[in-house]
Design a protein around this ligand. Structure first.
Ligand SMILES: *Cc1c(COP(=O)(O)O)cnc(C)c1O
Length: 961
């Protein structure tokens, strides 16, 4: 081989994914290491991470695969799934994702890499899509207000139960559940009722008439397809001061009377069939709508309309609480990450089809159901009388017919040995009806039956009211119109396709395209969650593999992939602890210690598990106060259930005493819950399962590359040591896919494997990084954070540092001293960053008046420098205020962000130049993001709550004025 020619191996290494995922190259890493004063990544790691927790050996994972190799490997896994025609129903229905939505939302990083819309000015596009969602749900359900998505229908029903309990004036602790709700809904109600002391009574609507309850949950149409008239029941429940919650189906509501019109107080359901594939159970956006009177108590996000400083309408997350979990132990729900991307898809499906299109889809589905019913009746099969899309076949040899259907490539719902369910949907074809008929020995002449068969909707419950009358649902029906509408919306927003999003604790790292590709493969997308196990062998292999990878990364023994978010992972982990204590006769253990720096979901989850939260202190260096923990553990020794601590802490430091803390808790009979949201500082370096922790949740949508989607989807795996494994969430059905991570505990999500269809993302990430790549990612995450902290040290104080003056993977910039000298607060800096084209770091968490910066390993040195330049310029502007060169009230920070309309207006009356407003750095003249609105007025939005689409004349008046 000639001397200067690289070897084959070197050439192959140059195509490694690791170097695409990690931002800085070798030369930049070397230079950045010099800035932070360390010789190598290993030396830096040693200086940061306490020796007591460091892993002695590298991760036992295979070597890294290239993108091409990993895609080829996951292709073979996908091919082990068998996609049959699904008529199973039970809350999941076939749907055609309009291709314009598939490519321009689901496969578009402008949508899927966005963050939760806390920074209103750079989130107007996705908030418009979400307010469309709220309007769509409110219209179809006939309710006054709807939220912007929940995790799944079953958890939404559980939230409805707790909302009813909070809002009802009835004295009872009993919640009545219609015996024809979906089985997964009943499972989740059982999970959530028990720790809160709610008794469930399950029965028929007629039995509900007599029951003494604080609320009732009905399903309409019910799980078996029947459509009941519940008006008398609603009156009876209201007379006893109870509330009525209804689980429903939005497509059916285009044809039948909305629950809000017959008196429902709360309405929940799933929007999956509005263009979101089965995905073996998720992710899909659920919804909740309620009467206006209950809006302050409603869980989840609520988008509202406020105004900006120019008086123009602008969207924002409304109500002071924004999200329930922020109220900590007083929270009524722990929902944080929800299902924004899927809600955007579903609302855009309604925008695309409009009221007529949706009605046509519903009518066609119903016609096919009526035709099939007629054919089956002709063959002597007993089907229901009133239905929308689902037939309930009774007195049949169900297992034999189900097997016959499978042989014909068709999945039916096996209800019991004598009953089957058949649910039709948008994708059902004439050929499907013929094939379904054949299973039952019926010959189907579709057109003849169409002519001779009446509709099967109950005459007294036909929908009369209009819905989706707002112009947004009636103008974007051509593909060009929709394409441009979507582009207009996404252009308003800042997502990771335009800028780093340095949000501390949120780990906004690269979501590589190769990781995303398998998600929309039909073999992963089109499998019903209740498809027989032998059709989902690809999923089994994928899930087994991912569970094993995560076990290796964390040092635990078993991992449940069921939780749909980090907060649901917390809930699952605490339930496992609860189940464990109970199994040892220690049910009285109910105290959960939580340091005051914890994320709000921690106390929220603890109280949902019926635990009492005891908050422990932080010392002056930002560490959890070990003495305070010791005192509380002693004080509550016989009641101690658990400690919940984040590691490294949300203060961005590796506490030295973590091993000792685990020992203290164990000595007093408690369990250690480590919030794993910060695993990006640990993978390949240290394992919580090995230093004494018993359980963690991970956030696959943080550390393991599932994109944040504008606020979801997410996966929050619950990882446990072996003694807790039996208490992990169980499965919905006995004969479904089983993996090591499926336990016998209560279910926390509707589907056994939660949001299964996005698991390929994390699988691909780990496969392409390999053991060495994962460790290097962690090390560069530490380097990038310390590089920012070091470079900004002359300008801003970093609030907390750990050993050797270093931070972990994030740093907290303290702006409180500047507030005193200049009147500029953290929020002003966050808004000014928008003028530089940046998404702000995490604002005022975990410490008020600070910004928490987490760059992640995926940001190149150039991007870090761009951010540092912006922060330095901002510090100079603050200095100018301190020096009197800029006015205290009229300066570019107080007025940030600046819109194009403001800086190009004929009149400019500000006390600083326009150019400083718009182009504070010369580089911005080449590439400039213009926020669509000026700073949004939070107080106005909370005083004037308006959570529906903006009427068109609101804009018209503005133009005329
Ligand atoms: C993000 C986060 C959570 C909650 O995760 P979700 O997926 O949003 O529910 C919990 N704890 C910490 C420290 C976090 O950063």
């Amino acid at each position: 081989m000639p001397q200067n020619t690289p070897s084959l191996r070197e050439l192959e290494h140059a195509s490694a994914f690791v170097d695409r995922h990690i931002g800085p190259n070798d030369a930049e890493i070397a230079q950045m290491l010099r800035v932070v004063g360390h010789d190598s990544l290993d030396a830096l790691t040693d200086a940061i991470v306490p020796a007591t927790i460091k892993s002695p050996a590298p991760l036992a994972l295979p070597g890294s695969l290239t993108e091409v190799q990993a895609l080829a490997k996951i292709r073979t896994i996908a091919d082990k799934n068998t996609v049959l025609r699904s008529f199973i129903g039970q809350g999941y229905y076939g749907t055609h994702t309009p291709n314009v939505i598939l490519r321009n939302i689901l496969e578009n990083p402008a949508w899927y890499t966005a963050y939760t819309p806390y920074q209103a000015e750079i989130s107007q596009g996705r908030m418009e899509a979400l307010i469309n969602f709220q309007q769509m749900v409110a219209d179809l359900t006939g309710m006054e207000i709807a939220n912007a998505s929940l995790l799944d229908e079953a958890t939404a029903a559980a939230e409805a139960m707790t909302l009813a309990r909070r809002s009802s004036r009835a004295k009872s602790d009993v919640f009545f559940v219609h015996d024809a709700v979906h089985p997964q809904t009943l499972a989740l109600l059982r999970t959530r009722a028990e720790p809160m002391g709610i008794t469930l009574q399950v029965g028929t609507p007629a039995e509900a008439l007599e029951a003494d309850t604080f609320g009732v949950l009905l399903q309409y149409p019910d799980s078996f397809g029947h459509i009941g008239d519940h008006k008398a029941l609603v009156e009876a429940v209201h007379a006893r001061k109870g509330l009525v919650a209804v689980a429903t189906d939005l497509l059916a509501l285009t044809l039948i009377t909305a629950p809000g019109e017959w008196g429902a107080d709360i309405v929940v359901g799933n929007t999956q069939r509005f263009g979101v594939p089965f995905g073996f159970g998720g992710p899909h956006a659920a919804f909740m709508a309620c009467r206006d009177a209950y809006k302050r108590s409603m869980p989840g996000r609520l988008i509202g309309v406020s105004i900006d400083t120019e008086g123009n309408p602008a969207y924002r997350l409304t109500l002071q609480t924004r999200e329930q979990h922020i109220r900590r132990e007083k929270a009524t729900s722990n929902i944080c990450t929800a299902q924004v991307l899927l809600a955007v898809m579903a609302s855009t499906y309604a925008v695309y089809h409009g009221p007529e299109g949706l009605t046509r889809i519903a009518r066609r589905t119903h016609r096919l159901a009526a035709i099939l019913a007629a054919a089956l009746r002709g063959a002597g099969v007993d089907v229901g009388e009133h239905f929308f899309d689902t037939l309930h076949l009774r007195n049949v040899d169900a297992p034999a017919l189900q097997a016959k259907a499978v042989a014909a490539g068709i999945n039916l719902r096996l209800i019991d040995s004598r009953a089957l369910g058949i649910s039709l949907d948008e994708t059902t074809t004439r050929e499907d009806i013929v094939a379904l008929g054949a299973v039952f020995g019926a010959r189907v002449d579709i057109d003849a039956l169409d002519a001779s068969t009446a509709d099967a909707l109950p005459a007294g419950l036909l929908r009369q009211s209009a819905f989706l009358t707002h112009p947004v649902f009636n103008t974007h029906h051509s593909e060009h119109e929709l394409l441009r509408y979507l582009r207009t919306l996404s252009d308003k927003d800042l997502a990771m396709d335009r800028t780093m999003i340095p949000l501390g604790s949120c780990t906004m790292k690269l979501n590589a395209t190769a990781e995303m590709i398998p998600v929309t493969w039909p073999e992963f997308a089109n499998i019903h969650p209740l498809a027989p196990a032998d059709q989902a062998q690809g999923y089994k292999e994928l899930i087994d593999g991912l569970e094993a990878m995560l076990v290796e990364c964390t040092g635990y023994d078993a991992v449940s992939l069921q939780p749909n978010s980090g907060a649901q992972g917390e809930y699952a982990g605490l339930l496992a602890i609860r189940g464990y204590h109970a199994s040892r006769g220690q049910s009285h253990r109910d105290i959960c210690l939580i340091p005051d720096s914890a994320h709000g979901t921690n106390p929220a989850s603890a109280q949902m598990c019926g635990m009492t939260v005891v908050v422990t202190k932080t010392d002056a260096n930002g560490n959890v106060d070990v003495e305070d923990i010791r005192l509380n553990a002693e004080k509550y020794s016989d009641r101690l259930a658990a400690i919940m601590m984040t590691y490294p802490s949300t203060h961005g430091v590796f506490e030295e005493e973590v091993v000792e803390i685990c020992q203290i808790i164990h000595k007093h009979g408690g369990q250690v819950y480590t919030d794993g949201a910060n695993m990006n500082a640990l993978v390949g370096v240290a394992k919580p399962g090995k230093w004494g922790s018993d359980v963690s949740h991970l956030n696959l949508h943080k550390t393991f590359c599932i994109p944040h989607g504008g606020g979801g989807p997410g996966v929050g795996p619950c990882a446990v040591k072996s003694h807790l494994a039996p208490f992990l969430p169980g499965a919905l059905v006995e004969d479904g896919v089983r993996t090591q991570g499926v336990g016998e505990g209560p279910m926390v999500s509707a589907a056994t494997f939660g949001s299964a269809s996005i698991l390929p993302i994390s699988w691909m990430y780990i496969a392409m990084m390999g053991a060495a790549g994962l460790r290097r990612a962690t090390q560069v995450a530490l380097l990038n954070a310390n590089y920012i902290a070091t470079r900004l040290a002359p300008h801003y104080k970093t609030l907390y540092t750990g050993r050797n003056g270093l931070v972990a993977h994030e740093c907290i910039l303290d702006l409180r001293p500047l507030e005193k000298t200049s009147g500029i607060g953290a929020e002003d800096v966050a808004k000014r960053l928008i003028d530089f084209g940046f998404h702000a770091p995490t604002l005022s968490f975990p410490v008020a008046g600070t910004l928490m910066v987490e760059p992640t390993e995926s940001e190149s040195q150039a991007e870090l420098d761009r951010f540092i330049d912006a922060m330095v310029q901002i510090r100079e502007e603050i200095q100018a205020i301190e020096d009197g060169r800029l006015e205290r009230e009229d300066n570019p920070l107080k007025h940030a962000p600046h819109t194009a309309a403001q800086v190009s207006a004929s009149e400019w009356t500000r006390a600083y130049p326009r150019e400083l407003a718009a182009f504070p750095l010369p580089s911005l003249k080449q590439s400039k993001y213009w926020p669509p609105v000026a700073r949004v007025d939070n107080v106005y939005g909370d005083k004037n709550i308006m959570c529906a689409c903006i009427p068109v004349d609101a804009y018209k008046e503005d133009v005329e004025a």
